[in-house]
Design a protein around this ligand. Structure first.
Ligand code: NDP
Length: 236
């Protein structure tokens, strides 16, 4: 089977590290994000024949068009990584409805839309999907109730889809990171937060990428949630 991968959110952070690892392992990749320039730069850095696409995962038509373009230029996508995500942290009483909607639409609906779009060809040829959740989706956190709902929902969605499509030789798994050094966490006070992390530090995007690629390529693993958090789940 040709190794054609689509990494949504592949232009920065965790998704970008996943793309780097997949490129090293011989995948032909679509790097997808809203900002095409940044996605192009990330695709260019990989060397080889990888392509960048602009897409807002929260918009169904965007997602459909992107899958059509990816298939036209790369062939059917048989490896899908959903790493596009945003957070709008704050206590619920201070959270604007538009910020609730944008988190749910990007983090949860977005992955549903890309998975649905990928099914069209995966149902005939098999495939592997990894959705990037969060340890917060399992444990909850003050100031992150909506983000937690999006990531908790993503776990429920992924486990259900794994059951639904297993007979079509499609696997669906989740990686649930803890605190990882990326743009998303650069405003956080690491000195304070790392006291709760048994391994004593934030993780690196590449450390999550190894878990994502492991699940992408593990032929007998589906419906699994792999936590990559330096042991944070043991203490919170
Ligand atoms: P970054 O902010 O570094 O990167 C986010 C990526 O998602 C970018 O490529 C961004 O590109 C893309 N993106 C955001 N919104 C959209 C959208 N609507 N449509 C398409 N692409 C979009 O985040 P991280 O790498 O840190 O996060 C990656 C995933 O990991 C997220 O789902 C996040 O929730 C999750 N996570 C991160 C943790 C951390 O500590 N960093 C911990 C736990 C989970 P662009 O802006 O151009 O669209």
């Amino acid at each position: 089977m040709d190794k054609v991968g689509a990494v949504f959110g592949g232009s920065r952070g965790i998704g970008r590290a996943v793309a780097q690892l997949m490129a090293q392992k011989g995948y032909r990749l679509a790097i997808v994000a809203r900002n095409l320039q940044v996605a192009k730069a990330a695709a260019g850095e990989l060397g080889g024949n990888h392509l960048a696409f602009s897409c807002d995962v929260a918009k169904e038509q965007d997602v459909q068009n992107t899958f059509e373009e990816m298939e036209k230029h790369l062939g059917p996508v048989n490896f899908l990584v959903n790493a596009a995500g945003i957070n709008r942290d704050g206590l619920l009483v201070r959270t604007k409805t538009e910020d609730m909607i944008s988190q749910l639409h990007t983090n949860l609906l977005g992955s549903m839309l890309t998975c649905k779009a990928a099914m069209r060809t995966m149902i005939q040829r098999g495939g592997s999907i990894v959705n990037v959740g969060s340890i917060i989706g399992l444990k909850g956190n003050v100031g992150q109730s909506v983000y937690c709902a999006s990531k908790g929902g993503l776990i429920g969605f992924s486990r259900s889809l794994a059951k639904e499509v297993a007979r079509k030789k499609i696997r669906v798994n989740v990686v649930a990171p803890g605190f990882i050094h990326t743009d998303m966490t650069k405003h956080l006070k690491e000195e304070h937060l790392k006291k709760n992390i048994p391994l004593g530090r934030f993780g690196e995007a590449l450390e999550v990428a190894h878990a994502v690629v492991f699940l992408l390529e593990s032929p007998y693993v589906t419906g699994h949630v792999l936590v990559v958090d330096g042991g944070l789940q043991l203490t919170i």
